[in-house]
Ligand binder design. Structure first.
Ligand SMILES: Nc1ncnc2c1ncn2[C@@H]1O[C@H](COP(=O)(O)OP(=O)(O)O)[C@@H](O)[C@H]1O
Ligand SMILES: [Mg+2]
Length: 403
């Protein structure tokens, strides 16, 4: 069961919208950009009708983890991920933004996708079969699908407004953006990729390939004015393979979207509109995979908006807790409250991405100003043993859905 309804789009009429991508809604905030990752999911180049609850949080918090980790290689665009540090104009939207948004430095995006490949898959594998090369890079003969390459390669692509990006050679990239900038982006792409792969492999995940985006600031000097933007080494921008299921010589199931792709193949969707929606089991499994990738790679728990139930055999009332600000649950016992508080602090200790102050949040029938809502349908609550994060009796992650 799923904890919250997915956020498929945001609409903040008091803010100026800068753009909307397949996944992100972008707003202008003074000189900066507010980038909000929604729960939209795309497959075969279409945004599907169903979202994956919390996917936007996984993408944001995983990117934040990597941005930090790569900070000594290249400057990044993150100004703040802690909603409390966002400007006052954004505070009315704190609830929606928490955990899934970044205030970013506005840059001029370089119009190529910087792809790094360590394994032969996807469009790289297709091209290799026809030409023995990928994006102008000649590879050894006799490689099989999903084989590891002798060393990671840089294979840029143009950014298509719609449909597939088109692979280009390094020379073509140089014609588009200049030789110096291409060389700099190639070096950065491979450095970031290598570091990411090393870390991921130690966590049992192979990053077969990925794409980075860079932006320019100031005068756009390739040596000093390049900034890493967008998202970094997420399941959306990369092919993650579970290391224990890696077998070259065919397609390796991807870590995250495999259930979605399998389902779409199974219903024989013709990959044309109208786009299908996904059954709840596929949504749930996909969500679990995104969260697992985040946990494994970052060693953190997904922060903010997670609902906790604190209960004990002696405590008949559950406390409904989120790591959000404000609101008080008047229905829970002090025992439940202190259990829950401990759980939240435990989460915060393992999660530097957590941006919120722990506090007791509303119970499902308590309004945002703390007043009780009129009686109405209660969310359905379900405890799953696998959701127990602390191992301590009485503290469980819970999921709920509207009753
Ligand atoms: N710091 C930044 N400055 C300017 N543009 C950015 C920055 N970070 C990300 N972007 C742009 O924001 C958009 C992100 O939205 P997304 O949903 O990921 O788009 P897409 O459908 O192109 O993948 C991309 O077009 C990306 O180039
Ligand atoms: Mg994108």
């Amino acid at each position: 069961m799923i904890s919250t309804a997915p956020i498929l789009e945001t609409s903040f009429p008091d803010l100026t919208r800068h753009g909307r991508g397949k996944v992100r809604d972008i707003y202008e905030v003074g000189d900066a950009l507010l980038i909000v990752a929604t729960d939209r999911i795309s497959a075969f180049d279409y945004v599907l009708a169903s979202g994956i609850p919390d996917k936007g949080k996984v993408l944001t918090q995983l990117s934040a983890f990597w941005f930090e980790r790569m900070g000594d290689l290249v400057p990044h665009h993150v100004i703040a991920t802690d909603v409390a540090k966002f400007p006052a104009s954004l505070q009315p939207h704190a609830e929606t933004l928490r955990g899934r948004s970044m205030l970013c430095r506005r840059t001029r995006p370089v119009p190529i996708e910087c792809v790094a490949r360590g394994y032969l898959s996807g469009s790289g594998w297709k091209e290799y079969q026809q030409t023995g090369m990928v994006c102008g890079v000649r590879l050894p003969a006799g490689l099989r699908e999903s084989d590891r390459l002798p060393e990671p390669i840089f294979t840029p692509a143009t950014k298509a407004e719609s449909g597939h990006d088109v692979n280009i050679s390094e020379d073509e990239a140089a014609r588009l953006i200049g030789r110096d900038l291409t060389s700099r982006l190639k070096a950065l792409t491979l450095d970031i990729f290598r570091r990411g792969c090393e870390h991921a492999e130690s966590k049992g995940i192979i990053i077969a390939d990925t794409k980075f985006e860079f932006g320019l600031v100031g005068a756009g000097n390739p040596a000093t004015d390049v900034v890493l933007i967008d998202e970094v080494l997420t399941p959306d921008s990369s092919r993650f393979w579970p290391r224990d299921q890696y077998t070259p010589g065919g397609a390796v199931p991807s870590f995250d979207k495999q259930y979605v792709r399998d389902y779409l193949e199974e219903i024989r969707w013709n990959k044309q509109p109208p786009v299908p929606s996904l059954p709840e089991t596929v949504v749930q499994r996909t969500r679990d995979k995104y969260i697992e990738a985040f946990r494994r790679l970052s060693g953190r728990e997904l922060a903010c908006g997670i609902r906790w139930s604190a209960s004990s055999p002696k405590c008949s009332t559950r406390a409904f807790i989120t790591t959000t600000r404000g609101g008080n649950s008047r229905r829970c016992s002090s025992r439940a409250r202190s259990n829950a508080r401990r759980a939240i602090w435990a989460t915060r200790r393992t999660s530097s991405a957590c941006t919120a102050t722990p506090s007791l949040a509303r119970s499902p029938n308590t309004a945002s100003d703390g007043r009780r809502n009129p009686p109405g349908p209660q969310p359905t609550l379900a405890l799953r043993p696998s959701d127990c994060l602390t191992g301590r009796p009485g503290l469980h992650r819970i999921s709920s859905r509207p009753g």
